[in-house]
Design a protein around this ligand. Sequence first.
Ligand code: AMP
Ligand code: MG
Length: 492
Amino acid sequence: MKPIPFDNRYIDLGDDFYARTVPATVADPGLIIYNEALGEALGLSCTGLDEDIRAAVFAGNRVPEGAEPVAMAYAGHQFGHFNPQLGDGRALLLGQVSRHDGALFDMHLKGSGRTVFSRDGDGRAALGPVLREYLVSEAMDRLGVPTTRALAAVTTGENVAREKLLPGGVITRIARSFVRVGTFEFFASRGNLDAVTRLANYVIEHNYPDCRDESNPYLALLATVIDRQAALIAQWMQLGFIHGVMNTDNMSIAGETIDYGPCAFMDHYAHDRVYSSIDHHGRYAYNNQANIGLWNLTRLAESLLPLLADNTEAAVVAAKTALNKYTGLYEGYWLDGMRGKTGLQKQQDDDKALIDALFDVMAAGKADFTLTFYYLSRLDIEPTEQDRDLHALFDDPEQIDQWVRQWRARLHDEGSVDTTRQARMQAVNPVYIPRNHLVEAAIRSAEDNNDFSVFLDLHAVLQRPFERQPEMDAYMLPPEPHEVVEQTFCGT
Ligand code: AMP
Ligand code: MG
């Protein structure tokens, strides 16, 4: 039996969609981690393979039988500026696999060498960003957020030249699709309507088959992608996650979080938080993510325009109607999620005002985002000494105390029961997130001492983010002042 039962479909789109590319070989592949559970869920039988062979496969040194590696073509708006040709410059679609239920998954190597799309880049990835993507994407999955998954990470035994020489790595990631908004832009900007149509048909077939039954499948596709992005970004916001580089080429058509670069979870709450070193004007700041989602989706709508109606005028009306739903969808998802996080079961008109007020108090008090909700989820409806944990997060406990009084009055109104509310809240408010300083410590230890135990321990804790684990409190705490990570870098 082949270890990876490839079922490649993207290749059928034709060769304007990709460039066939053999992954570069690396000097000395070493397997850091292989995601057995994910491999099994995808029907792979790699677990039984020798570690050397797995390392060689996931480093790109050994192209497995049935793989047809290609660098995917795409364009994209980067920080608002259109670049007609980006494409996989340091990544390859190794092939695709169908899960037992028929769902198609893309298997992508990142850091696998130069391609025709590499421009000035070396096609390589440094180990640090490989470990970050592995940790954060797998944590996002456990947190219930749609995301690409990490299948394997390897060391290359080679250095890559960044500001300094760094050890190299390759990550294998799995997505429901690596088609991006920028993939549509690539063909639309070239006036290649035939390719846009084929791409739309491909996405409908593999990701959104229900759209086929709609009177206008392409309009249904646009509406569905709008809905998925609204839901996704609402989830990011509920966890304090900042993607950091929401260019249209980093927005998945499948509604998954993709291309983890300078991403970060915030510690203490600040509504306009930016971590990315290259985001000078805060375009991708925390509180701008929903707006940027709409901006990107508007670029998608423009690319699909000729498919939406027989004439431009009607197409523009249809696109605008679909885009106009985004804000309401986003706000609905956000508010539903926030009601869940604050334990409100009934809907009331002033719920949004109550939740907004909590964020204002968190901002004023520089309270830790994750712990605020976690400690809130442990409170009883009557004050107890548990209140102290929450108070301690705020510079000025009086303000949060006042808010909690309002919140308790609201819980009384709806007859909220402590045990059930606490259980519901604790199922959505994590104890552990991949905090920047923890991720940084894992990378430091791997890079500086070739010690992956810090990475593996953190990864293990993040497998069960909603469950307080014995002796793991160090993983839930915000950084000490000397540990704070203020900036994150693409650096791949
Ligand atoms: P990203 O940072 O993932 O949004 O990448 C933006 C574009 O730059 C994509 O086309 C990447 O393939 C390309 N790119 C980024 N880093 C490299 C690299 N080291 N070598 C080649 N291309 C790269
Ligand atoms: Mg990218």
